[in-house]
Design a protein around this ligand. Structure first.
Ligand SMILES: [Zn+2]
Length: 174
């Protein structure tokens, strides 16, 4: 069947050019499941329709049918690319360990409470991304101190060698 698509010619009803069946729109219940207009002419027709009927196109884009078809195609895309996505995610995770560390810290209750809503997250990411191996991100003013509460914001963060950070733990001289 697939061979037919490449070997059988059909004359396009619009441009009158003979083309392989593969160049024709898919259409059920027609010979070889292909219609009579070639893809090129079809695309042109659709483009002209969009220019001539902007209101109809807008209405269609808002319609349930359109939303349904988008949902359907994104669902198939999701399932088709599951493996690919898993691999690229793993690669990303290896490159971005610090960001993952930030995410897991942000999920922690204390950090969450110390992170104001207005904080520039991109800046935070940058700080975590640039942290050298062997260093920890340290809160200059601790966010878990019983007397004062530092914030999880860029200017309250510093890089500390991991050992120093463990020594400092939560001590702050006030
Ligand atoms: Zn054509």
């Amino acid at each position: 069947m697939i061979e037919n698509l490449y070997s059988i010619l059909r004359k396009c009803s619009i441009c009158k050019i003979n083309k392989n069946l593969i160049s024709f729109e898919k259409s059920k219940n027609k010979p070889y499941d292909r219609g009579y207009r070639c893809n090129k002419c079809n695309a042109l027709r659709a483009a002209i329709y969009r220019i001539k009927n902007p209101e109809k196109v807008k209405a269609y884009q808002k319609s349930e049918n359109h939303k349904k078809s988008i949902r359907k195609s994104s669902k198939t895309y999701y399932h088709k690319n599951k493996k690919k996505r898993a691999i690229s995610r793993k690669k990303w995770a290896i490159k971005n360990k610090k960001i993952i560390a930030l995410h897991s810290r942000m999920r922690g209750k204390r950090v969450k409470q110390a992170t104001p809503k207005w904080v520039n997250k991109k800046e935070l990411y940058k700080i975590y991304q640039n942290c050298l191996p062997g260093y920890h991100i340290d809160h200059i003013i601790p966010i878990t101190h019983p007397l004062i509460c530092g914030l999880h914001v860029p200017w309250n963060l510093q890089y500390l060698p991991a050992i120093e950070n463990i020594k400092k733990s939560n001590k702050l001289e006030v």
